[in-house]
Design a protein around this ligand. Sequence first.
Ligand code: MG
Length: 738
Amino acid sequence: MNQLKYILLAALCALFVSCGEQGKDNPTDSLTLNPTSLSFAAKGASVQSVTVTASGTWSATPKADWIHVSTASGSFSVTVSDNDSDARAGKISVTCGSASKEVFVSQVAGEKEAKAIVPQPAAFDGKKRASTTYQLLIYSFADSDGDGIGDFNGITSKLDYLDGMGVTALWLSPAHPTNSYHGYDVNDYFALNPKFGTEADFQNLINKAHEKGIAIYMDYVLNHSGTGTEWFKSVKADPKNSPYKDYYVLSYEYYPKEAAEGMGTWHSLGGGDIGYKGKLHFKVDWTGDTKYVTVSTTEAAAQDPNTTNAKRWIHVGSKGSLGMYETSSNIFELTIDVDTDWGFLVRSSNTTWDGGTKYGGKPGQNKITLGEPFPLDNSTASDIVFGEAYSYFASFDGSMPDLNYGDPDACENSRAFKSTVESATKWVNMGVDGFRLDAVVWIYGGQWESNVKFLDKWYQAVNSAYKTAGHPDPIFMVGEAWDGTHSNPEKYYYKGLPSNFEFDYGYAVRDMLKSGASANFASKVSGFVTDHTAQRADAITSFFLSNHDENRFASEIGETGMGTMPKRKQAAAILLSGPGKPFIYQGEELGYWGVKDTDDAYVRAPIMWNKSGSECAKKGVNNKVDGNMLKADISVEAQSATDGSILKFYQSWSQLRNTYPALATGTMSKANLQGTSIAAWYMTEGSQKLLVIHNVAPSGVAVSVSDSMDKPIALLGTATVKDKTLNLGGNSSVVFEL
Ligand code: MG
């Protein structure tokens, strides 16, 4: 047993001590360490090494649990645990026989808690790099002369406001003479609405806007005109002989005729006679595949209608359905006194109009000739008429007659095409920088291939005029191509125009903010851009939240009133931190809300410039205004003086977009961060790369981020960072420069 003890003791001595006789002081033991003190960072500190020169076997023992030692021949390496507390110090004891020395170890203080993000954006150098457009309603933006109607000089007086919001272009609502307040029924494409000012006022607006780097886009309505054009007035006065009859889609057959396809209908031009008054004999022949009605004058006496066993009926005038008599197999006859101002129909049922039981004529082939068999049709079953009338087609309502560009393959030869291009050239020559084209999907009744042919030709013609006016770059033109889905056929409109509004974008932002789920938003939006660029290399996707035809975005996401407005601000943050060309709709920057249920005017409210209001603001549009909204605190005056207002938010993030090329003109790509409420993407331009992260849920979320979070440049809401974890508050957004 004693022998075993001795062997174990000897083995230990061999491990730790070979520098002298065990158990006795040995003055020859020597030990040198280099270095003798080490200093470590708080997090992720690198390995440090200590060289050991000893006369024999040595050992190194850390004297604190956060210091770790690994020995090797002639040295040992030291690592430390991460420090999330105060600065600390410890030591490593090194011994060799009777000699012993120490290495002092220190570590700086770590972060005890998550650190709040304080954005430090680069200073704005005054150069507008972004292409941010403001959709402006001339009639309700700013009124310079106190008549309660916005005007050109009003806009000019507010250019500083628009400049302060970083906008680089204005899309003006239609500026031409019109019968409506909104202007989408143009009465003269070559003139300006006198309520808005003179051509000199318009020229002044263009010049002053250009001085501030703001382009002017006109809203052009090509699908239809108003009824006050010289062209239409001439057609109305003499439908058959007017020199302008080729400007419109006219029918000389009868009124009304059903639309061939898509939406719209025919409207009477007057001047015809389609009815009949007098005694007539009706004979219906149901014996063959094609059914016929023959109507003749007669000397025979009028009959009482068959009310007992009728199988066919004449529906005429205001008498309703009158039963016929079967005079031989499948031959039906009736003589009656007729007084109709619209014609007549044949029916095979007097209890239902459904299932093809209504028989009339085909559109454009509806005029009957007395004494001649008339073939019946039960597909469109248009009224059968006795005389000629004149009608015009309108996709929208009768105040907007559709313009006629003829065969799409030769539309450039039509006079309507030439006139509209000529008028656009006039405005280009005054300095107008681009056009927004209204309702382009209806130009050829929803036939997108024809629409695209037309748009390409119209764009090329006006772009040619723009080049002639001395501009090296192509003109900007954006279409209201609201047609089916993004994929089909909307994206194909890029074959005709360099830009179109991406309606699905606003819907996606809306759905995201309503649900609190990001639903692959970044992939969807970058996909929009990719799809458009595939159609044409110079494609510019125009993104927007809402416009004058839709409910206010604030109302759509259920956030009205002037309390906090986290979702409205986040919608702006999303719009201004993504790709493409953002459009801000008048009033969005003030947090406007409104729905168009009772009237579109409620989503077109005037800008409230001052706390006390103005004539324009008080009257609203056509006296339709939400008085609960247009109160002092929503005014530009109030919000300009309030830190944290949505107006100031628009100003700061728009400035951010103008500061960073990666935001202004960059390419978007999805960032793979975890979290159902996280919409995150990179924006890259040249060597500049930004990481954009939005938490679209109303509650906070922790996100693991592998990219550097050292350089935050923008923040909405709240955000803290600890290590590689970002804690993002509800409806909060942050942008990092990488
Ligand atoms: Mg005015």
